[in-house]
Every structure is written in structure tokens, then in C-alpha cells.
Design a protein around this ligand. Structure first.
Ligand SMILES: O=P(O)(O)OC[C@H]1O[C@H](OP(=O)(O)OP(=O)(O)O)[C@H](O)[C@@H]1O
Ligand SMILES: NC(=O)CC[C@H](N)C(=O)O
Ligand SMILES: [Mg+2]
Length: 508
């Protein structure tokens, strides 16, 4: 679930892109990158690490120009090598750079097409580099020295016809401008806004509205599914639908976990949807667990806090922050490798005994995916003296892999795969476990915008909205991307040659 930003400004954009990326850091902690255009030349800095570690003063100084894009990465394809950090760049036609959030489901076929029809080489295992080359190939069919907006939209329409999966993307073409496009289901979020300055209007695209706010841009609207928006270097804006069939079906997991609560996606406040999840789950607990003598509701920080507070209010029970979160440890779910994720839970969360001693506690989390957090948290609650430990999940059982930009490629790694609630309860060692139903989750999110009639919910019900996913495909990505396969590939990639971004200069 990467984060992307792009700005067509009237003054240098490096700092605003950096600031935008820092508020999207929760979407990707593995790598970060910024590319700008100045005097028809790209400047690129990208590497593994958090935004604050990747960009030093010497890099920021070199990221000159009034137009640029940025990316924070959470790998869902390829490897974790710094060579797969984004944005990516190709030199023809004109020079194009691209940042992508999502995951393509037909990357292998596209790579083959690039080789057989376009003679294009893709140097990494990243699906985003493939997306960039598909775009470049379609643009290269336009035999002009300067593209008009309609030429660019024609190329995007062709890209939408070829590519399948989830993609929210921002690209720049040297000598032209910036284009942003979203897949025909709008699986991944993308918004845009503007800022009036003395020198004229500046435009910004971002994964989440919170990045616009931070940079002082006024929210205009979400990019529509299948729509492309083109802003010239001079700040002229063009929009067009570039897909024949579109149907908004945003990823429901953005609301459960990924997005920041202060963002608004497709006119739905993420915060409000989480409060609604708490109401629905609180009502279910009241209905089904009337016999359970719960003393206190405790969230598992950070994402579940808004949900747990609402559950406590529905149940008329005290809400206590019984776990302290180490603010210097990031999100554990998006860390690479199960060993690191497992170790990080205890480094990240610690119990305050006083809130647990002799009490029957209801622990609330937004979701249980691999069970890494829940199993250890139940243990910690018991160590802290809890009498009984009940557990509630604001999302239903996660039983199926995700193929659109969440790194859950292997069903076997999901704790609810092939297990019923009692088995999961036994695995995490709780005295009782309750899940939100899928209908309630959909209602909780959907009630914030009745115009949205569908969500991408495959991790819960196995229904893949792009229609191209079968068991053979799932078996293949499982073999390629389960934790073991990923770590051996990462080892192999780290030994390879990286074709970007040579380090020079001092250490300031
Ligand atoms: O069952 P699991 O595989 O452990 O995954 C689910 C957990 O991971 C996430 O927390 P995370 O620590 O990533 O981030 P947060 O601080 O935003 O809650 C999520 O909020 C759950 O707590
Ligand atoms: N989480 C994402 O959006 C990942 C983008 C892309 N598939 C990558 O792995 O780099
Ligand atoms: Mg969490």
C-alpha cells in the first residue's frame, strides 16, 4: 500500500513533496524516492528507508525544479531491493518517470508483451517498472514532437485496456507535464487539489487527502476510476475518462487499516467509518456476549483506538489505554518478514499492569491477519494479570490472499485460512473471540457515501473484482511471494547491480 504524491508548482517542489511523503509514511516504510524535473533534466533520489533517512540536505538541494513526484514503498511485487524503490524512469519517449500504488495482476503477460512487441527491457522484478514501460510504449506510438492532452489520454486508454489489477499512478513526461490515473475500479485511492499563489495555480496529486492538507492545498476531488488527469508544466489542467467500463469498488482494507483516520477517500471519512465499525461491533458484542462479564475495553494501538473507544461507549464500559505504544517503532504489519514482525510487537507495545490486574478485559483490534499481534497481545494481557481476555476484531476473518496492493499473497500465512472462529480463538489463546460480519463492515464504511455501491473485499470473501484471478494464479503468487520465497529473492537481489542513484558528496 504505497503512498504517492505529485506537484506541478510555480516554485521549487522538493520540500512540499518531502512533507507530503512524511504524512503518507504509514503507507510504506521500506523505501522512499523523489524525482523532479529542472531544465529538462530529471533529478532522482531513492533508497530503502524512511523518508527522514533517505533524504539528506545534499539530496534535497539537488532535487531542483517546479515539478516532481514522490513515493513511499511497501513492496507487494518483486523484491525489497533499493533498485525497486520508486519513482522509476525511462528515457524514451522524451523521458518519463512514474510512481505507482497498487499491484498489477497480469504483470508477467505484460512483461512478455513488452519484450515481443516493444523490445523493451525491464531491469527489475517490480510490476511498477512494467507499468511505466507499458505507458512509455503506448506514448511512443504517437508520432509527434509535442503531445496534446488528447494524445496522452489515448495512450492512457490503451494502458487501461492492457493492464489489470490495482493502480493509482502519477507520471511526468519531460517537456510536457504530469499525468495521474486510477484503475477502472478505483481500488487504490488518489485525490487532487490546488493552491493559488501569486505566480498562478499549483496542482497536487496524492494517495490521501491528508497530504494535500499538510501542504496547504485545497482538496478538489478524488480522481475517478478510469479517469486520467493531465496538468501541463504551465499549469493547464485537462481531465478525461479513459476506460470503457468503470465501477468504483475501493479497497475496504484502506478503511479498516491502511489509511490515516484524518483522510477522506471517495467522500468517506476514514475516521467516521472506523467509528461506525465500532458501533456495529459494539452492538454485536451486546447482542451475542450478554453473558460475558467484561470490565474494561482496551485498544491495541494504534489503528484500533477510534474503534475501541466507540465499542466502549456502546457497551457503556470504561475505555483504557492499557498498552503503551513505542512511538519510534513503525507499523508491524507492513514490515518485511515474519521474524521481524513478530519481534516488533513486543518492542512496540507494552502493558500497564494496573489496567489488567484482576480484570476481564476486552481487547480490540481493527483486524487479525497473520495473528502476529493478537497472539502476543493476549499473552501480554495475561502476564499483566488479566483474569479473562476477550478479543474483538473490527474486520471479518481474513481468509484469502490480496492481489491488489496489500502484501498478503499466501493463504497459508493467514491465521483464519481454513480455521473457524473457535480454532483461531484457541490459536491466539483468548477466552473468547468475536469478529465483525462482512455485511456490517460494508455497511459501516458504505453509510458514509451511499453512492458507493461496491467495495473490493476479496480478502474476506474471495471475490476478486478484476475477474482474472483463479486458483492457479493464487498458487503461483503464493509460491513466488510467500515469506520464505521473498527472503531468498531479496538476498539474491541485494547481490545484484543497481542501476540508479549513485551516492556522491559529503554526509550532511
Ligand atoms: O494479525 P497481524 O498480522 O498482526 O496484523 C494485524 C495487526 O497489524 C496492524 O497493526 P500495525 O502494528 O501494523 O499498525 P498500527 O500501529 O497502525 O495499528 C493492525 O492494526 C493489527 O493490529
Ligand atoms: N504497495 C504498493 O502499492 C506497491 C507498489 C508496487 N507493486 C511495488 O511493489 O513496489
Ligand atoms: Mg495494529
Amino acid at each position: 500500500m504505497c503512498g504517492i504524491v505529485g506537484i506541478v508548482g510555480k516554485t521549487p517542489v522538493n520540500q512540499a513533496i518531502y512533507d507530503g511523503l512524511t504524512v503518507l509514511q504509514h503507507r510504506g516504510q521500506d523505501a522512499a524516492g523523489i524525482i523532479t524535473i529542472n531544465n529538462n533534466t530529471f533529478s532522482l533520489r531513492k533508497d530503502n528507508g524512511l523518508v527522514k533517512d533517505v533524504f539528506h540536505t545534499r539530496h534535497m538541494k539537488r532535487l531542483e525544479g517546479h515539478i516532481g513526484i514522490g513515493h513511499v514503498r511497501y513492496p507487494t511485487a518483486g523484491s525489497s531491493s533499493s533498485a525497486e524503490a520508486q519513482p522509476f524512469y525511462v528515457n524514451s519517449p522524451f523521458g518519463i518517470a512514474l510512481a505507482h500504488n497498487g499491484n498489477l495482476t497480469n504483470a508477467e503477460q505484460l512483461k512478455e508483451l513488452l519484450f515481443t512487441q516493444a523490445r523493451r527491457h525491464v531491469n527489475t522484478t517490480s510490476d511498477s517498472e512494467i507499468l511505466l514501460n507499458i505507458l512509455a510504449h503506448e506514448l511512443s506510438k504517437i508520432d509527434k514532437l509535442r503531445y496534446e492532452a488528447e494524445d496522452i489520454f489515448k495512450a492512457i486508454s490503451a494502458v487501461n485496456g492492457l493492464v489489470s489489477g490495482g493502480y493509482a499512478s502519477i507520471a511526468m513526461i519531460i517537456g510536457h507535464g504530469m499525468l495521474a490515473f486510477r484503475d477502472p475500479h478505483g481500488i487504490r485511492p488518489l485525490v487532487f487539489g490546488k493552491r493559488e499563489t501569486e505566480r498562478g495555480v499549483e496542482y497536487m496529486f496524492a494517495s490521501e487527502s491528508v497530504a494535500l492538507q499538510t501542504d496547504g492545498f485545497e482538496f478538489i476531488r478524488d480522481v475517478a476510476p478510469g479517469e486520467a488527469i493531465y496538468v501541463t508544466e504551465d499549469g493547464e489542467l485537462f481531465t478525461q475518462m479513459c476506460a470503457e467500463k468503470t465501477k468504483l469498488a475501493p479497497c475496504i482494507f484502506e478503511f479498516v487499516y491502511f489509511a490515516r483516520p484524518d483522510s477522506v477517500i471517495d467522500k468517506m471519512s476514514v475516521y467516521a467509518t472506523r467509528v461506525n465499525m465500532g458501533t456495529k461491533l459494539g452492538e454485536k458484542i451486546a447482542r451475542e456476549w450478554g453473558d460475558k462479564d467484561i470490565d474494561v475495553v482496551i485498544p491495541i494501538p494504534e489503528t484500533s483506538c477510534d474503534i475501541a473507544l466507540e465499542i466502549a461507549s456502546v457497551l457503556q464500559l470504561p475505555y483504557r489505554q492499557g498498552f503503551v505504544k513505542n512511538r519510534y517503532i513503525g507499523r508491524t504489519f507492513i514490515m518485511p518478514g515474519q521474524e521481524l514482525r513478530k519481534k516488533s510487537v513486543r518492542r512496540k507495545l507494552n502493558a500497564i499492569d494496573r489496567e489488567f490486574k484482576g480484570k476481564n478485559v476486552l481487547l480490540v483490534d481493527d483486524s487479525i491477519v497473520r495473528g502476529t499481534t493478537s497472539a502476543q497481545i493476549v499473552e501480554m494481557a495475561r502476564e499483566a494479570g488479566a483474569k479473562k481476555v476477550y478479543f474483538a476484531s473490527a474486520a471479518p476473518e481474513v481468509r484469502f490472499p490480496n492481489v491488489y496492493g496489500i502484501d498478503m499473497p499466501s493463504a497459508a500465512e493467514l491465521i483464519a485460512h481454513g480455521r473457524e472462529v473457535e480454532d483461531i480463538n484457541a490459536y491466539i489463546g483468548a477466552d473468547g473471540l468475536i469478529y465483525q460480519s462482512l455485511n456490517d463492515l460494508i455497511a459501516a464504511v458504505g453509510q458514509e457515501n451511499p453512492e458507493v455501491t461496491a467495495f473490493e473485499t476479496a480478502v474476506f470473501d474471495g471475490k476478486y473484482i478484476t475477474g482474472d484471478i483463479d486458483q492457479t494464479y493464487l498458487n503461483r503468487i503464493d509460491a513466488q511471494r510467500n515469506d520464505k520465497a521473498k527472503s531468498s529473492r531479496d538476498m539474491a537481489m541485494s547481490a545484484g547491480l543497481e542501476l540508479h542513484n549513485q551516492e556522491t558528496g559529503s554526509n550532511d
